[in-house]
Design a binder for this molecule. Structure first.
Ligand code: NDP
Ligand code: MG
Length: 391
């Protein structure tokens, strides 16, 4: 039987790597592709839909629909556009779904996959940062399976093996340190979006690359760990490891540490989630330890990377603070990309959102309500936009 799958964010970095693995693993012979979603990149979306014989191709943008329809004319592939169409297509029955839209815009796809009891391959970390408790409760309620695709979380998932959660003492997330690892505060104040979007080790989408440069990405990942592996914030540590060979580590009560090592290639964690519980061959470069010669580590500097401190604050506050954190960070990045604010100002804007009394009133809202999460997300974005407009 061909496995039924959908890929949300198929045209992105994770999406394209997922398509690559599916093609290598027999393509349409082995997989029945239900939905593929994209955004601006209509040509690629149409190409993928044709190559993989998808049932439906959806673009996030209504104005892109005519172009998509034109490209898929007479192919028998259904087309649709808009956030609601993506949400609807995520309810179409599948066995496995990749959630790889960037940002909080990816929440509906994650929930659609989980609510039908399928396997959720979760790249969209924002789903878990904004709505972690709700997502995990829906996984349990619907007997779904959540497999993390973020490389660190896939590493932790694999390093945990079948050990009891209570035997876990510490979880150590590795971080590359990004392009500004050795920059001074003054240098960081000046960096441009183009400089921030170039990652030294991983080939990723623009937004996550910028988040890596500010370590907001690691901040999101720390929160992600807390929800995924239900541990306490004091058990989670971050260490800079510039070679990006150790993808994360788990320390157990007896002092033993398990690390996951591999080439920095997202097809590792994506392939793990695609083939789980089996381990099938993957096209990754193999490690040559003689050539590697050394693996180094250094503690992150809290003054230059304030995002990490904010993540621990979010974990202490709980409630809907993860949604405020993510939405204010997304709005601050929009402003940075538009040249309206500086690189280091992003953390300052997020901290102001976390301090705001009005947003704090709503942080105590219902963590199990997607409406409450959407509402506070919008309020946090508005808050940041007003701050920026007022200089
Ligand atoms: P990309 O920017 O490369 O791709 C994002 C995808 O989402 C594209 O298909 C894009 O379409 C689509 N998209 C963009 N905006 C919207 C929107 N508003 N609504 C619906 N779809 C939209 O991102 P990545 O692949 O790098 O990242 C995807 C997710 O995976 C993120 O949450 C990221 O944090 C996470 N992740 C990524 C890693 C990586 O190595 N890239 C590693 C770990 C996690 P289009 O391009 O056609 O406009
Ligand atoms: Mg990661």
């Amino acid at each position: 039987m061909r496995r039924k799958i959908s890929i949300f964010g198929a045209t992105g970095s994770i999406g394209q790597n997922t398509v690559d693995l599916i093609q290598r693993q027999g393509g349409v012979e082995n997989y029945n592709i239900v939905a593929l979603s994209g955004g601006e990149n209509i040509n690629l979306l149409a190409r993928q839909a044709i190559d993989l014989h998808a049932d439906i191709a959806i673009t996030a943008y209504l104005e892109k629909l005519p172009e998509l329809k034109m490209l898929l004319l007479n192919t028998g592939i259904e087309t649709a556009a808009g956030a609601e169409a993506i949400a609807e297509s995520a309810t179409r029955p599948i066995d496995w779904g990749m959630s790889a839209i960037v940002g909080a815009a990816g929440l509906n796809a994650s929930f659609g996959i989980v609510r039908q009891g399928a396997v959720l391959a979760l790249a969209n970390k924002e789903s878990i940062v904004c709505a972690g408790q709700l997502l995990i409760s829906e996984v349990l309620k619907n007997n779904a399976t959540l497999l993390p695709v973020d490389s660190e979380h896939s590493a932790i998932f694999q390093a945990l093996q079948n050990n009891e959660p209570k035997s876990v003492e510490r979880i150590i997330l590795t971080a590359s340190g990004g392009p500004f690892k050795d920059y001074s505060l003054e240098q960081m104040q000046q960096v441009t979006p183009a400089q921030a979007a170039v990652h030294p080790k991983w080939d990723m989408g623009q937004r996550i690359s910028i988040d890596s440069a500010s370590m907001f990405n690691k901040a999101l990942e720390v929160i992600e760990v807390k929800h995924l592996f239900s541990c306490q914030s004091k058990q989670i540590e971050v260490i800079i490891h510039p070679q990006s060979i150790i993808h994360s580590m788990v320390g157990f009560a007896d002092g033993a540490m398990f690390a996951h090592l591999g080439a920095p290639d997202m097809r590792g964690p994506i392939g793990y989630a695609l083939n789980h519980p089996n381990r099938n061959p993957l096209p990754l470069a193999r490690l040559d330890f003689a050539k590697l010669s050394q693996l180094t580590f250094q503690a992150p500097d809290p003054a230059r990377f304030p995002a990490l401190r904010l993540a621990y604050r979010v974990m202490e506050t709980e409630g809907l603070s993860g949604a405020v954190f993510n939405a204010s960070k997304e709005a601050a990045m929009d402003a940075f990309l538009e040249g309206k604010t500086g690189f280091l100002d992003m953390a300052m804007l997020v901290e102001k959102a976390l301090d705001d009394p009005y947003l704090n009133e709503q942080i105590g809202g219902d963590v199990f309500s997607l409406d409450a999460i959407t509402k506070i997300d919008l309020a946090a974005r508005r808050f940041v936009n007003v701050l920026i407009e007022n200089g």
